[in-house]
Design a binder for this molecule. Structure first.
Ligand code: SF4
Ligand code: SF4
Length: 444
């Protein structure tokens, strides 16, 4: 029987690109590489305007604190270092590079010089950091730091390939087309962390990928497949851990408190690529879909490619877009700039017209049906949280567990009253965090 968790919802899958082979996109004429594509301190540029750079060359790094470097995905000339706004309002420097079309690779790009078993964990952690690898499932936590904090604390590695968001099929195709890259990446991570058990968690709507992995891992003693029930948000770390281990993670606790460390499948593949070829994280698989896209597909995209170039590669737009989303429709972020760049955390770009957007005549109202409560995977009372937030009663929202909300959107998706529950909870969480920060500052 497939593993699962309590609560959650069944969403329309719209996995239109599940049979679309990953197509490598030629490097565009210009890339914009953001200096912050990870959680932590943004990078400072290591190059200046007018400088010539090569493919895989380090062009930015973090001088202290949590963070990973950034690298050029093309060879060419740095034209500009501009500040742009992210969808959540932060201002981030972007290194704009004009592609010279020569695709000259940096001499620094070379395979790891030792066999895996001859390397120390510290050397491998350093290699993973230098390759600029951060979580590619969207969380963007630096992978080297996750390994460091897992060593000595966990006994299980989980590969998160649930891919439970509608539309996105990038991980599915990766597992189907290049499963060895993921498996070898898992082996490197197991060795580096110093553990011997890994579980690749895949939802049961990807049977061909499950069969392919099962064939390859038939005799493997360390890595096994776990077939997960197709349900949203199966890919949320807490639901994954509960489904696989029966352990519930209270708010504020990390997967390592349950003895687990979780990596996205493409992050594992990136670790293997860095080890075997020396190539840092300069490209990733992105699903392009939505009713405005002429040819929805999965594309291997150079990091820094503008959405507009990527959409052109997919045949262009067929209608005026109403909404562009970076990520899935449930948890992704709406974008206002079609020239924003693909980053290490971009799993999908979805472009929808007005037709695809639901339009409601009546104002939203809670009819006390309780559906949101029944479906919340964190066992919260979303209707109450939304109400407290609307009335500015943030202390009550905190008391009722607002900070445990993982913002999965299962409550809003099912709400017959069209209450924008998640948005209200996000407002409450922001206010609670701001109040905590102000209190801390006052105490200092
Ligand atoms: S699902 Fe919507 S209408 Fe029903 S209780 Fe929750 S907020 Fe109210
Ligand atoms: S309250 Fe939060 S965790 Fe619960 S269903 Fe809504 S968005 Fe998901």
């Amino acid at each position: 029987m497939a593993y699962t968790f309590r609560g959650g919802i069944h969403v329309e899958e719209h996995k239109n690109t599940r049979t679309s082979h990953i197509e490598p996109m030629p490097a565009p004429p210009l890339v914009k590489i953001p200096c912050s594509q990870h959680i932590g301190t943004p990078c400072s540029p290591l190059v200046s305007i007018g400088e010539h750079v090569l493919v895989g060359q380090k062009i930015g790094d973090v001088s202290g604190g949590l963070g990973v470097p950034i690298h050029s995905s093309v060879s060419g000339v740095v034209r500009e270092i501009e500040e742009l706004s992210t969808p959540i309002g932060a201002r981030i420097k972007n290194i704009v590079i004009e592609n010279d079309g020569k695709n000259e690779v940096s001499p620094a790009v070379k395979p790891f010089p030792k066999k895996l078993t001859e390397a120390t964990p510290e050397e491998l952690i350093d290699m993973i950091r230098e390759a600029g690898i951060s979580g590619m499932g969207g969380a963007m936590f630096p992978t080297y730091a996750k390994i460091q904090s897992a060593r000595g604390k966990v006994d299980k590695l989980i590969v998160n390939s649930a891919e439970c968001e509608p539309y996105i099929t990038a991980n599915h195709r990766l597992l189907l087309e290049t499963p060895a890259q993921v498996i070898n990446g898992v082996k490197i991570l197991l060795y580096t962390i110093g553990i011997r058990e890994a579980i690749i968690a895949v939802e049961d709507n990807k049977i061909n990928a499950i069969n392919r992995l099962s064939e390859l891992l038939a005799k493997d003693k360390m890595i096994r497949i776990a077939v997960m029930k197709t349900k949203y948000p199966q890919g949320d770390e807490r639901q994954l851990i509960y489904a696989l281990t029966g352990k519930e993670l209270p708010t504020g606790k990390l997967p390592s408190d349950a003895g687990c460390v979780i990596f996205n499948a493409e992050t594992c593949a990136a670790v293997f690529k860095a080890f075997s070829t020396g190539t840092p994280l300069i490209s990733r698989v992105v699903t392009i879909d939505g009713d405005c896209v002429a040819e929805p597909k999965n594309v291997l995209v150079p990091i820094g490619t503008r959405y507009s170039d990527l959409i052109d590669f997919c045949g262009g737009l067929t209608a005026m877009p109403k909404k562009i989303i970076n990520g899935g429709p449930m948890m992704g972020f709406a974008q206002w700039d079609i020239n924003a760049p693909v980053t290490k955390g971009t799993s999908a770009i979805l472009v929808f017209s007005e037709k695809a957007e639901p339009h409601y005549e009546l104002p939203s109202a809670c009819i006390r049906c309780g559906r949101c409560v029944a479906h919340c995977p964190m066992h919260l009372m979303p209707s109450y949280l939304a109400m407290f937030s609307q009335h500015g009663m943030y202390d009550l929202a905190e008391e009722y567990g607002a900070m445990s909300c993982v913002e999965c959107g299962s409550c809003s998706y099912n709400c017959p009253g069209q209450v924008q529950i998640v948005q209200h909870i996000r407002v409450a969480k922001g206010a609670i965090k701001a109040a905590a920060a102000a209190k801390k500052a006052a105490e200092k």
